[in-house]
Structures are given as structure tokens and as C-alpha cells.
Ligand binder design. Structure first.
Ligand SMILES: *[C@@H]1O[C@H](CO)[C@@H](O)[C@H](O)[C@H]1NC(C)=O
Ligand SMILES: *[C@@H]1O[C@H](CO)[C@@H](O)[C@H](O)[C@H]1NC(C)=O
Ligand SMILES: *[C@@H]1O[C@H](CO)[C@@H](O)[C@H](O)[C@H]1NC(C)=O
Ligand SMILES: *[C@@H]1O[C@H](CO)[C@@H](O)[C@H](O)[C@H]1NC(C)=O
Ligand SMILES: *[C@@H]1O[C@H](CO)[C@@H](O)[C@H](O)[C@H]1NC(C)=O
Length: 536
């Protein structure tokens, strides 16, 4: 008996060693440099001299070792939109989880893209750096033996789209610090440029396009003249393959589509334009057939104008239940619709003046950072940094106030979150550490009756969802990832002025199976400065 157990143990150790997931190493130098996205010089944030930053290619379960050297004259952090950091919120790179990298110093992120596939991006999370660049795409490919529900495309293009200011990010930040609202962005960029990017395709072939909205506030409509797009993946979920003539990409979201070069050989407009804005900002790129015999048409095709069109499209985006995700078993094998909800959280966003300054809030609380990352205060049991319960589960009716808002939640709870939007803008919400099912959205106020229209079969699972003007969006989320997780508006000025909070998903067990120890190389700061990272 013992011998058998012993042998079994021996074999499983061997197996673990042999099966260790591959490592990929990155060495990144972050600097200021001149960029010309609109033809005039601006100060941009470059990574290894590039704007946008280098692309990360990975395969499910790869370990990414990313050494980030901060050569800016100010603190800096990168965060990983949609990469779940399982059991490891220390690596999340937002100011509630990770100490800023001081100027002239470096920090090595150790991420594992555990059980993930799909299209994501990274971005600078501190100050208003996101308005200066420092972002790039993350592509997580399926492991070789796991079926992907479409043939291998001839190429895999990245399109980082986003609205953009001609104003320097330091000026924008000063505006916000003084308590003003920002003016509207002034342009739209595609891969860091307006109007000058070309994608060359061969007639008859099919291509994958990964589109991420890395911008600051606007929903963008994406379309390609005379070509339909077959949606195949949304933030890590293989979708029902539906064809669209254009797609609304809300800020912070990522979509993969397939396009086939099935037209007469010429050049076509790729168009990105703002939605729901009075003045429509447009940027174009070129889809160039390698055997092109015609130039671009003078007319740039227009986009949809109705909001209903967008809602209908959102509802039509569903999970392909029989397709594989990161694992060989079908994505539909987890029946989220049959699990009992243990808690309903209702998040209502608002804008208000506090002490004469513009602030934005969730459930009446406008987030202000503490002197110590919340995750480190929690880990080292340092009092006086934050308190759990500083944001209520639904609006309390009190007037807007500032706090370092943290909501407590039990590991393995299954929660329903309702985002209620009372304003006349489209909102976009992101949750770190998780992906969630977008079970419903509709106009008006959410009531328990709204549950009758939920999609409990094949809702899409993703990490960023839009909430339409004067509407609600409901999500289901299985709290299976212990840590301190940022829930934020992706409208960047709003998150900067407090429209965000942290969810502390907690387990009493203190087991490494639930959460890793603090990384040995973790930077320490604030009240955690003199602590030791090596466990006793
Ligand atoms: C980063 O780039 C700057 C500017 O080119 C250079 O001075 C610095 O030595 C570089 N740092 C690293 C770590 O490569
Ligand atoms: C890019 O092209 C669009 C559409 O023609 C135009 O509205 C916009 O001003 C152009 N942007 C720049 C920076 O030239
Ligand atoms: C900083 O970079 C050096 C190599 O250039 C590396 O040895 C060291 O571990 C890095 N520091 C941190 C905190 O990751
Ligand atoms: C769903 O995935 C299956 C399995 O890969 C595939 O055969 C099927 O075409 C997909 N269906 C749709 C509608 O995308
Ligand atoms: C869910 O709740 C219902 C009613 O309270 C109960 O009958 C059922 O067993 C529960 N299901 C699960 C999976 O816990």
C-alpha cells in the first residue's frame, strides 16, 4: 500500500516537473519620446522605443517574466487588462495591488496566463499615463492539441483603436487634479496613428483581426468597406460565429473577427469612428489587396447611428457552448445559469462636486488611493489603510464622499452584479481578476423582475461590459479567485477621479492553493516599506 502510494507520489512529481509550463522573457525599457500620431510632435510613453508598445504573444498557461525598467522621471506601473492573475493579485499592477516602480528602478512581473485564451491588452495604470501611450496587445493562443473553432487564419493582425488628445497627459492630469472636467478627446488613432496604417491581404485568404479599444472614453464603431466580419472571440470566449457589417467596441473591450478578402482586388477603407458623440471623430486605415488594381474610393462608409442597433448587437454576442476554450472540454460545460446567487450587488455610478471639485463615484463613494497598496496592507496585516465595507452593496442615499473603498466578498460565492446607469452617457466597466457572464441589459431601472429576461444559457463571458445610457447591465460572477481586485470605470477621467473600488475576495484557509505568497521581488512602499517579503 505504502509502496503504491509512494510510487504514485513519485510519478506525479515527475509529471509536474516534466509538465512545467513554458517561460517567456521580456525586457522592457519605458521612456518618454517624441511621437507624431496626428502629424505634430507629442510626448509619448514608449516601450523599447515603440508606440504602441511591443506585442505579447503567449500560449495558454505560459509564464510571462516581464522586467519593466522605469526610465520616466516619475513612478510607473503596467496593468494587464483581462489577464486574470489567478491567486496572484500582487502582479496586477494597479495602485491597490502593487507598489509603483520608482523612477530609474525596475520591477519584474511574473504572470501566468493560466487557463486563458484570447485577445487582451496592457496599459499604464498610474497618473494619466494612458493618454500618452505605454499600451500594447496581448494575444494568448490555444495549446496545440486543443481545437480552435475555425481554420487557422492566413495572418493575425492587431488593431489598437482609441480616442486621443492633442494635449499632453500631464496637462490633462493637472486639469483633473484642479477639479475640472476634461474637454472631449480630439482624434481617434489606429495602432498609434490617424489615417496612415495599411494592412496587406491576399485575395481569397481569411485573416484574424484583434480589435481592442485602448482609448480614454469613447465607444468606437469598427467597419471595413464592402467586407463583413465574422465575430469569433470576445475577451477569451469563443463566440457564436455571427457576421456583422460593423461592431461597436466600448472602451476597454477586445474583439476578434475573421475577414475574407473576397472582393475585386483594390484598396478598401477600414474605418473607426466615435459613437454617441455630437461631433463624430473618424480615423481610417487601408485594407490593401496585394494584387490591388484600384485605389480608395473618395467616400468613407458611414456607421450606424441608432443606440438600439448597438443594444441588439450586444445581445446577439453569445458563447459557442460546444467550442473549446482554453481547455478541451466545451465552454458550455459550466452551467452558470443553474447556480444559486448568493448575493446581489447593485452599483450605481454618479458624478458630483465634492469640496468644489469634480468627482465621480460608485454607490456614493469616490475612491481615493491610500499611502500603501491595499493588497500589501492586507498581506502584512497593517491597520489604518482601508476598511472592508467602506462601500455599500447598493446606494445608501448619502451624498458623495471620498474613501478608500473596499468591498468584502467570500471566496466561492456566486454573485449577481447590476450596473445601473442613470446618466446620458455609455459607461464601460471592467473587473480585474475575473471574467463574468453578461446575462442581461436593458433600458430603464433594473428590478428583480428584470431577471426574467436574463440569458441563462449562452451569455458571453468577458471582463469588460458596457452599460447604455439610462439602462442597466447585469452580470453573474463566480468568485473563484482570491485577491484584491479593482472594479473600475474604463472612462479614464472618471476612474482617475474616483469611479472605482476594490473587491477583496477572501479565504480564511490561508492556503497556497487559494492564494500565492507575496513575490520575493515585490517592491515595498508606504506603511509596508520595512516589511520583509520572504516568509519566515
Ligand atoms: C532606457 O533607455 C534610456 C534612453 O534611451 C537609456 O538611457 C537607459 O539606459 C535605458 N535603460 C535600460 C535599462 O535599458
Ligand atoms: C483622418 O481622416 C478622417 C476622415 O477623412 C478625418 O476626419 C480626420 O481629420 C483625419 N485625421 C487626421 C489627423 O488627419
Ligand atoms: C531588475 O532587473 C535586474 C536585471 O536587470 C534583475 O536582476 C532584478 O531582479 C530586477 N529587479 C526586480 C525588483 O525585479
Ligand atoms: C461552434 O463550435 C463548433 C465546435 O468547434 C463549431 O463546429 C461550430 O461551427 C460553431 N458554431 C457557431 C455557430 O459558431
Ligand atoms: C438552489 O436553491 C433552491 C431553492 O432554495 C434549492 O432547492 C436548490 O437545491 C439550490 N440549488 C443548488 C445547486 O444549490
Amino acid at each position: 500500500m505504502n509502496l503504491v502510494l509512494g510510487l504514485f507520489g513519485f510519478c506525479s512529481i515527475l509529471f509536474l516537473v516534466a509538465a512545467e509550463d513554458p517561460y517567456r522573457f521580456f525586457d522592457w525599457n519605458v521612456t518618454y519620446g517624441d511621437i507624431y500620431p496626428l502629424g505634430v510632435k507629442q510626448q509619448g510613453i514608449l516601450i523599447n522605443g515603440q508606440f504602441p508598445g511591443p506585442e505579447i504573444y503567449a500560449v495558454t498557461n505560459d509564464n510571462l517574466i516581464i522586467n519593466v525598467h522605469n526610465s520616466l522621471p516619475e513612478p510607473f506601473l503596467l496593468s494587464w487588462n483581462g489577464v486574470q492573475q489567478r491567486r496572484n493579485s500582487f502582479q496586477d499592477g494597479v495602485y491597490g495591488t502593487t507598489c509603483p516602480i520608482p523612477p530609474g528602478k525596475n520591477f519584474t512581473y511574473k504572470l501566468q496566463v493560466k487557463d486563458q485564451i484570447g485577445s487582451f491588452f496592457y496599459f499604464p495604470s498610474l497618473a494619466f499615463h494612458k493618454a500618452a501611450g505605454g499600451f500594447g496587445s496581448i494575444k494568448i493562443l490555444s495549446r496545440p492539441l486543443i481545437p480552435v473553432p475555425f481554420p487557422n487564419p492566413a495572418d493575425d493582425f492587431t488593431l489598437l483603436i482609441g480616442d486621443w488628445y492633442k494635449l499632453d497627459h500631464t496637462i490633462l492630469k493637472r486639469f483633473l487634479d484642479l477639479g475640472h472636467r476634461l474637454p472631449l478627446p480630439q482624434a481617434v488613432l489606429i495602432n498609434g496613428r490617424a489615417n496612415w496604417t495599411t494592412f496587406t491581404v491576399e485575395q481569397g485568404k481569411t485573416y484574424r483581426l484583434r480589435i481592442s479599444n485602448v482609448g480614454l472614453e469613447n465607444t468606437l464603431n469598427f467597419r471595413i468597406q464592402d467586407h463583413t466580419m465574422k465575430l469569433v472571440e470576445v475577451e477569451g470566449t469563443h463566440t457564436l460565429q455571427t457576421s456583422y457589417s460593423s461592431i461597436d467596441v466600448h472602451v476597454g473591450q477586445s474583439y476578434s473577427v475573421l475577414i475574407t478578402a473576397d472582393q475585386a482586388p483594390k484598396d478598401f477603407h477600414i474605418v473607426v469612428s466615435t459613437r454617441f458623440t455630437e461631433k463624430i471623430l473618424t480615423s481610417t486605415a487601408v485594407l490593401h489587396y496585394s494584387n490591388s488594381q484600384g485605389s480608395l474610393s473618395d467616400v468613407i462608409p458611414g456607421g450606424p447611428t441608432e443606440i438600439d442597433w448597438s443594444i441588439q448587437q450586444a445581445r446577439s454576442i453569445r458563447t459557442n457552448l460546444t467550442a473549446s476554450g482554453p481547455r478541451p472540454n466545451p465552454q458550455g460545460s459550466y452551467h452558470y445559469g443553474t447556480i444559486n446567487i448568493s448575493r446581489t450587488i447593485k452599483l450605481v455610478s454618479s458624478a458630483a462636486l465634492v469640496n468644489g471639485k469634480q468627482r465621480y463615484a460608485v454607490n456614493g463613494v469616490s475612491f481615493v488611493p491610500a499611502d500603501t497598496p491595499l493588497k500589501l496592507a492586507d498581506y502584512f496585516k497593517i491597520d489604518g489603510v482601508f476598511h472592508v465595507g467602506s462601500i455599500p452593496d447598493s446606494p445608501s442615499g448619502k451624498s458623495t464622499h471620498l474613501d478608500t473603498s473596499v468591498m468584502g466578498a467570500g471566496f466561492r460565492a456566486f454573485v449577481e452584479i447590476v450596473f445601473q446607469n442613470r446618466e446620458n452617457i455609455v459607461q464601460s466597466w471592467h473587473i480585474d481578476g475575473y471574467s463574468f457572464w453578461v446575462v442581461g441589459m436593458d433600458g430603464g431601472m433594473w428590478t428583480p423582475n428584470s431577471r426574467k429576461q436574463y440569458n441563462l444559457q449562452d451569455a458571453v463571458s468577458r471582463s469588460t461590459t458596457q452599460v447604455y445610457p439610462r439602462s442597466w447591465t447585469a452580470i453573474y460572477m463566480a468568485l473563484d479567485n482570491v485577491g484584491m481586485w479593482n472594479i473600475r470605470s474604463e472612462f479614464w477621467a472618471r476612474q482617475y477621479l474616483g469611479q472605482q473600488f476594490y473587491m477583496r475576495v477572501y479565504s480564511d484557509a490561508g492556503s497556497l492553493r487559494d492564494e500565492y505568497l507575496i513575490p520575493e521581488n515585490a517592491l515595498l512602499c508606504g506603511k509596508a516599506l520595512s516589511r520583509k517579503t520572504t516568509p519566515l
